[in-house]
Design a protein around this ligand. Structure first.
Ligand code: ARG
Length: 556
């Protein structure tokens, strides 16, 4: 139980008595005391009584003996000061528990997380970075809570671009293309195919026929397609490993895997009366979606030429996922907000989706220091691999070994992404991402590394905590907030809540370390108590960062 929950549990009987029913004590961390209970205000409103009077009555009835002191302040807040002995015993519990107090959920669910989703033969761009990094943090948080998580990498491995890619492969010759393909990054290959497609009508016609051959299962075409997909998958896996992301080869569930279900999806939707023909295409018109002119907007389920598109594939994916999982979350950028809203609405109309079962976890864009979409100096969109290479080489200046440079560089990029509220755009700047003092991954890693070198000098750590001066106490209370920070981040699928907590922890540690000599503490007892605080801080930092997918290397 987190400290907030413990305090709330002890306050609740008094609140309930005063309410003559149930009332929420609403306990939260406070600037003015250790914690504050704000529940008396809402309760007073409900009872039509004066808030201060209600708060005073709650305090009079409450029994927090051995835990905390209460005081009514302001318009009816209850300030809570936790007894030092209680802080100490709560720290002991947190220390002894390898989960550092984070509870598992009472009812674990089967959850599918759709994230990363790059496109074959196209370089991953920074938008895929966000999906990959945020999605992986969400997976780690949900798994830590005890949910049964399936990672789904909705690879763009199907559709019209493959006509030109395969036809280009035939032109170049398999033997000749082998080397280029084995590099994995098929961007150049894609661009060459694209140029021919745009400039050569004969090639374009062949490419279109190839799409038909691919979709009808022509053997040679399928083999060539597989070749391209395999090489791309290998490349993406190498990026995931650079990024310390948990996606593996088994997690690819590309668009192609739904191919055999698409016709059946159309049949089912049309049997339900949900499809209408519009300009030769079969469309669903979910309620509540209208264009600027007020006309209903379509989800195209089958194109005029009989082919299927991104939406059709997502409908098939949705149907399959809703059958197999209690919950599915889609970590995809905000530009696809309407796409998912409409696809989900069709799924609801078809009876596939239960309330709350699916959710689009949207995120904003990464902006450059100029406040515009992140671009290279030449004005091109930034390739993910280039960004990661630069991160590692810049971090080399801060790090004693290549291994540490990797952890710091990648950690910097991931932390910059995870520490901002995902729905917002955020500005990426190297100096900030790699700063050793600000709100950065490097700052947190540095705090961890300093703790480790302190512990190495300090000798054996005992489970004891010194709580006499304010900065010790502030650090202790911050440590006790770890379980609720993890739970909040996991419940809201907002990794930045955990990142913000960890930054607060590192800051509280720095303040403590500045004020309190550890190795030269005035007494052996205080020395041990401060080493204990440092050790627990290091443990919480490393567990917390690992839930964000960020390593804590030593030495730094
Ligand atoms: N491949 C898509 C893109 O690059 C992302 C896939 C997201 N997932 C989904 N189920 N549509 O935009």
């Amino acid at each position: 139980m987190s400290i907030e929950e413990l305090l709330a549990a002890r306050l609740r009987p008094a609140f309930d008595q005063v309410a003559g029913g149930t009332a929420d004590p609403a306990v939260r961390r406070s600037q003015h005391a250790d914690y504050q209970a704000d529940g008396a205000l809402a309760l007073a409103r409900g009872l039509g009584r004066a808030p201060r009077e209600v708060a005073a009555e709650v305090v009079a009835r409450a029994d927090l003996a051995g835990l905390a002191d209460l005081e009514v302040v302001g318009p009816g807040f209850i300030n809570i000061t936790v007894h030092t002995s209680a802080v100490h015993s709560l720290l002991l519990k947190l220390y002894a528990d390898s989960r550092h107090g984070v509870p598992t959920v009472a009812a674990p669910q089967t959850v599918l997380v759709d994230y990363s989703g790059p496109n074959v033969a196209k370089e991953m761009h920074v938008g895929h970075l966000r999906s990959t990094v945020i999605g992986d943090a969400i997976v780690r948080l949900l798994e830590f809570q005890g949910h049964h998580v399936t990672r789904a990498n909705h690879l763009g491995d199907w559709g019209t671009p493959f006509g030109m890619l395969i036809e280009h492969l035939v032109d170049v010759g398999e033997q000749e293309a082998a080397h280029e393909l084995s590099v994995g990054d098929l961007t150049g290959f894609y661009q060459a195919a694209r140029r021919k497609f745009d400039g050569d009508p004969d090639f374009k016609r062949r490419a279109q026929l190839r799409v038909v051959a691919l979709q009808s299962g022509d053997e040679t075409t399928r083999r060539l397609w597989r070749l391209l997909v395999d090489e791309s998958e290998k490349y993406f896996l190498s990026v995931y490993s650079t990024l310390d992301v948990t996606l593996s080869a088994a997690d690819f569930q590309g668009e192609s895997t739904y191919n055999d279900e698409l016709a059946d999806v159309v049949d089912e939707l049309s049997a339900l009366g949900l499809l209408r023909e519009s300009d030769g295409a079969l469309c669903a018109f979910p309620d509540g979606f209208t264009g600027r002119d007020g006309a209903p907007m379509p989800v195209i389920v089958r194109k005029e030429d009989g082919g299927y598109n991104y939406s059709a594939t997502d409908l098939a994916a949705l149907r399959r996922r809703c059958r197999a999982y209690e919950r599915a979350v889609y970590v995809v950028g905000t530009p696809q907000k309407q796409h998912f809203a409409m696809v989900f609405a069709v799924g609801v109309a078809a009876g596939w989706v239960q309330p709350g079962q699916v959710e689009h976890i949207a995120f904003g864009s990464i902006l450059g220091p100029d406040g515009k979409m992140l671009k290279t100096r030449a004005g091109d969109s930034v390739k993910l691999s280039a960004l990661l290479d630069e991160a590692v080489s810049r971090a080399a200046a801060l790090a004693p070994t290549p291994d540490v440079a990797h952890s710091v560089g990648i950690g910097a990029v991931k932390y910059a992404d995870l520490s901002s509220d995902r729905v917002k755009d955020y500005v990426f700047a190297w100096d900030r991402a790699l700063s050793l003092t600000g709100d950065s991954g490097a700052y947190l890693q540095y705090a961890y590394a300093r703790i480790q070198s302190l512990l190495a000098k300090g000798g054996a750590v005992e489970p004891a905590f010194s709580l006499d001066v304010p900065s010790e106490r502030a650090l202790a209370l911050q440590l006790l907030g770890f379980p609720s920070a993890v739970t909040a981040a996991a419940t809201a699928l907002q990794p930045h809540r955990l990142a913000g907590y960890l930054h607060g922890l590192a800051t509280a540690y720095s303040a403590f370390y500045e004020e309190c000599p550890v190795l030269r503490a005035p007494t052996a007892e205080i020395r041990a108590g401060r080493l204990g605080l440092a050790d627990l801080t290091g443990r919480v930092l490393t567990l917390g960062l690992s839930l964000l997918g960020i390593r804590t290397p030593t030495p730094l």
